[in-house]
Design a protein around this ligand. Structure first.
Ligand SMILES: NC(=O)c1ccc[n+]([C@@H]2O[C@H](COP(=O)([O-])OP(=O)(O)OC[C@H]3O[C@@H](n4cnc5c(N)ncnc54)[C@H](OP(=O)(O)O)[C@@H]3O)[C@@H](O)[C@H]2O)c1
Length: 256
């Protein structure tokens, strides 16, 4: 019953985790606002979601466009009366050569999309949630945000920033009736991780991962990290001295 008649605003809905989450949430009876840049994919997804007899709006926009995102949230509120849940999921991997070479323009794109895009989304919904005394902010962060990873400087930084940002927001909104959930997945097979030839440890299929996302949101967990095997390793890495961490993490080749 958790999702029935909820109003969910989901960024990064056009593929991968966002697309699969949209369908799972639609199946459970929530109304959806779907945000991403590729309109034709959003329209197609919206049609598939409507088969579950729910209301869907699509917002083809770039999450780095603060005003466009705010206007989209406003349209959702005007049509549905409120936004109950924000899922800030839009993100890019930054696995191109420019980003790996620390080219500032390329690194900025990753940070702008993954971190500032989520900030824009929070700014578009959190004040109204706090005023209403209820709401739920969900960040799709990453295990890559626990500590720096090789060939992942921009991505790790963006996700570390995202985790810290949402944790601070949770503290700020502690007594406002707004919950904050930070989800930190490991590797999931989606367009973001496709094309990598090396083995990604404990790679999950979307079908296995989606129930874990839903459960974390339904239980209003403060943090949810999975799969548990990789989450345990990453947590151990967090408390390792740098010399030991460098030996172990420095060998990782999963981005290639
Ligand atoms: N797959 C994994 O292993 C994994 C692990 C941990 C965390 N994550 C996180 O999960 C989230 C979803 O990733 P995914 O694996 O599902 O990748 P994906 O299939 O590439 O999906 C990324 C989504 O973000 C949207 N997006 C990207 N840039 C955007 C922008 N500037 N404005 C609006 N939308 C934008 C894309 O839509 P458009 O291109 O149409 O805009 C797409 O819908 C990301 O934040 C990612 O960092 C993924």
């Amino acid at each position: 019953m958790f999702w029935q008649d909820k109003v969910v605003f989901l960024t990064g809905a056009s593929s991968g985790i966002g697309e699969a989450l949209a369908l799972a949430i639609a199946k459970r009876g929530a109304a959806l606002g779907l945000v991403a840049r590729r309109r034709e994919l959003l329209d197609d997804l919206a049609d598939r979601c409507r088969k579950f007899d729910i209301k869907v709006r699509v917002f083809p926009l770039d999450v780095t466009d603060e005003e466009a995102l705010y206007e989209a949230a406003d349209e959702m509120r005007a049509e549905f009366g409120r936004i109950d849940i924000l899922i800030a999921n839009a993100g890019i991997g930054g696995n191109d050569e420019e980003t790996r070479a620390y080219t500032p323009r390329a690194v900025r794109k990753v940070i702008d999309t993954n971190l500032i895009g989520a900030v824009n989304a929070v700014h578009a919904v959190a004040p109204q949630m706090a005023e209403r005394g209820s709401g739920h902010l969900v960040a799709i962060s990453s295990l890559a945000g626990f500590r720096g990873l090789p060939k992942s400087a921009a991505y790790s930084a963006s996700k570390a920033g995202m985790t810290a940002f949402f944790e601070s927001v949770r503290l700020d909104l502690k007594h406002s009736g707004v919950d904050v959930t930070i989800i930190q997945p490991g590797f999931i097979r989606t367009p973001l991780t496709s094309g990598r030839t090396n083995k990604m440890p404990f790679l999950m299929e979307l079908d296995d991962a989606i129930p874990l996302f839903l459960k974390a949101i339904e239980k209003k967990k403060k943090f949810a990290a999975f799969p548990w095997q990789l989450a345990t390793l990453v947590r151990a890495g967090k408390i390792m001295p740098a010399w030991l961490y460098d030996r172990i993490a420095g060998r990782a080749r999963y981005r290639e």
